[in-house]
Write a protein that binds this ligand. Structure first.
Ligand code: 13P
Length: 284
């Protein structure tokens, strides 16, 4: 099937009390494993390409590969620019065939974040592309004790309604205690804050920094209003660990390791799709 915007699936997840998943990819083996999981689980999901990686020379060809490979899949697949750094980068991604973009203005002052996100939305919606923005700032796990654990960057619930009304974004990433990468210490999600945000806006909310959260944390966040969850780090750590283990065997081949990468991504992505309640949601 041709790549398809996540917009309708996201709306269904929001209404149905489950979450779609976004997994970031940097190469073909990870991508292949993800696509196999999407098909096996018949789950709506996104492949994400991170804004930093997007600037590398092979990003355009990788996006083209994903488009061709997704066309062979038996389920619709969405391709999102994850953490788009600028209006220009979001437009470039759309011109490369991305179906959805995240514009990340979370480090900007509120008015500037609103102005930039609104400009991306206007242009993207005219081309049928769904837009995610971030309000508050989700930091890094390596700085968790000094940042997220201190509630720094947390989303201000009083700013949410204005942000959504003035930008017309399709979904909103919120800072509620998660962080990107490996957590320093244990992560704590502020579910009361999440519920307060949810009470103010009726759009799908997005949780970044999925790696390292417990099953209970995922379940309760989804129950409290999260309709999209991003996961990356854990997939790469698990694949690397399995590949290191396999490489202890002197006879292991390149092809064995490549296959192991694919099967690890397939298995781990499938696990998350089940956990988020997305499996089996594609019924045709
Ligand atoms: P993790 O790498 O911490 O899972 O976060 C992924 C993410 O939020 C990408 O946008």
């Amino acid at each position: 099937m041709a790549l398809t915007s996540i917009k309708d699936a996201l709306r269904n997840a929001h209404a149905g009390g489950y979450a779609v998943a976004l997994f970031d990819t940097f190469d073909m083996h990870a991508t292949e494993g993800m696509l196999q999981a999407f098909e096996e689980k018949r789950a709506p999901a996104l492949i994400g390409i991170y804004g930093g990686f997007f600037e590398q020379a092979n990003a355009r060809s990788h996006a083209a590969y994903i488009r061709e490979r997704a066309a062979m899949a038996t389920v619709p697949v969405s391709l999102m620019l994850d953490h788009g750094a600028s209006f220009e980068q979001c437009m470039k991604a759309i011109s490369y065939g991305f179906t959805d973009v995240m514009y990340d203005g979370s480090r900007l002052p509120l008015d500037e974040n609103i102005a930039q996100a609104a400009a991306v939305v206007r242009a993207a919606h005219a081309m049928g592309v769904c837009v995610e923005a971030e309000l508050g700032h989700v930091g890094s796990g390596a700085e968790y004790q000094a940042y997220g654990a201190q509630r720094k960057g947390f989303t201000d619930p009083d700013a949410v309604a204005r942000f959504v009304a003035e930008t017309d974004v399709d979904c909103l990433a919120v800072a509620i205690g998660t962080a990107h990468g490996v957590y320093q210490g244990d992560p704590h999600i502020d579910l009361d804050l999440l519920r307060a945000i949810r009470a103010r806006v009726d759009i799908p909310l997005v949780m970044h920094g999925g790696s390292g959260l417990s099953e209970e944390q995922f379940r309760s966040a989804i129950q409290a209003g999260i309709a999209k969850v991003n996961v990356a780090t854990e997939l790469f750590i698990t694949a690397a660990s399995r590949m290191r283990e396999a490489a202890r065997d002197a006879d292991v081949s390149y092809f064995d390791l490549a296959r192991l990468a694919v099967t690890t991504f397939r298995e781990r992505c499938g696990y998350y799709l089940d956990l988020f309640g997305a499996s089996g949601r594609i019924v045709y």
